[in-house]
Design a protein around this ligand. Structure first.
Ligand code: ATP
Length: 306
């Protein structure tokens, strides 16, 4: 059946582990990361537009402020790849409804690109495999393939070579967001500055974390959370240290800066503990918006057609 429009729901991610290797000659770092997709979503709609209108992009939702609506948007770039490579109609109306924080270390822009890829595949009946879609995604950004796959996965290379992980259990998160984002390249630069003169090993996945995930043992997952970018994010935004401390004071199983930050993710035992920590964080006065989420959830998937 030929649809006129498709809506895809796509999740945010937290990094349970982010191991950053030495700076390579090409300016990038080899990564080993463990992603978990969580229940904070952007909705991405793609509709066939009127002939001659080209790509139009509209952005709404709680976290839409400051998101570019021009060709620099990753969703726009994703559509452009399909127009050039698959010869689909260039007249597309893309609508993003954003709930994922912008520049928050939760891969919001990548999620939107992943959403466009899955939406266009469905709308134009391209029948691409998940692997093919993830390959296109990796051209747009290292977090895009995981937006397509979802669940829990190990990312290698630049984080774009995804291997799904077999895990048990549901994990509850409290997310302390910041009104002002952090630039991912700036955080990597600060990381390099802090490590200057040190010898840095190749990144490896943490056995303790993988074992805890296989057992569904949230207490051990909490202890095994690690992020090599955390010191750099805290150096650029010292208030993050105060926020991380509140988590340990109020019984979080683990507290971590998500990706390049500045979102801080607290792992808690259950929904009740999540509510307790939310109250403590909001009365602390040092946190902006707070969200609660659980994971793992699936990657980008079609939720409506018209
Ligand atoms: P990551 O965790 O992958 O490093 P992030 O969550 O920190 O990313 P994003 O929300 O993806 O950061 O946004 C980073 C920048 O990308 C924004 O400041 C914005 O200018 C630009 N951008 C491009 N497309 C989008 C989009 N669809 N949504 C949000 N930001 C976008």
């Amino acid at each position: 059946m030929r649809y006129n429009g498709v809506t895809v729901r796509v999740p945010a991610k937290v990094n349970l582990q982010l191991a950053v290797g030495p700076l390579a000659d090409d300016g990038y770092h080899e990564l080993t990361t463990v992603f978990q997709a969580i229940s904070l979503f952007d909705d991405v709609s793609v509709r066939r537009g009127k002939v001659g209108t080209g790509i139009t992009l509209t952005i709404s939702g709680a976290t839409s402020h400051g998101v570019p609506s021009d060709a620099s948007n990753l969703a726009y770039k994703a559509a452009q790849i399909f127009i050039n490579r698959f010869g689909i109609s260039p007249d597309l109306e893309i609508a993003l409804k954003k709930e994922i924080p912008v520049a928050g270390g939760m891969a919001g822009g990548s999620a939107d690109a992943a959403g466009v890829i899955v939406a266009i595949d469905s709308l134009f009946e391209l029948q691409l495999s998940r692997d093919e879609m993830e390959k296109i995604g990796s051209e747009l950004g290292s977090d895009v393939p995981f937006g397509i796959s979802g669940g829990i996965a190990i990312g290698r290379g630049r984080g774009d070579q995804i291997t799904p992980a077999l895990t048990k259990g549901q994990y509850y998160w409290v997310l302390a967001m910041s009104g002002q984002g952090l630039s991912t390249p700036a955080v990597y630069q600060e990381c390099d500055r802090l490590r200057a003169g040190m010898s840095i090993a190749r990144p490896q996945s943490s056995d303790a974390l993988m074992q805890a995930l296989r057992a569904g043992d949230a207490v051990s997952v909490g202890k095994a959370l690690s992020n090599d970018l955390q010191a750099a994010a805290c150096s650029l935004r010292p208030a993050l240290r105060l926020i991380l401390d509140i988590g340990s004071e109020y019984g979080a199983l683990g507290s971590i800066v998500s990706g390049s930050g500045p979102t801080v993710a607290f792992l808690v035992a259950d929904e009740e503990k999540a509510l307790d920590l939310t109250v403590a964080l909001s009365s602390s006065g040092v946190v902006g918006d707070i969200a609660r989420a659980y994971g793992p959830v699936p990657g980008a998937r079609v939720v409506a057609t018209s």
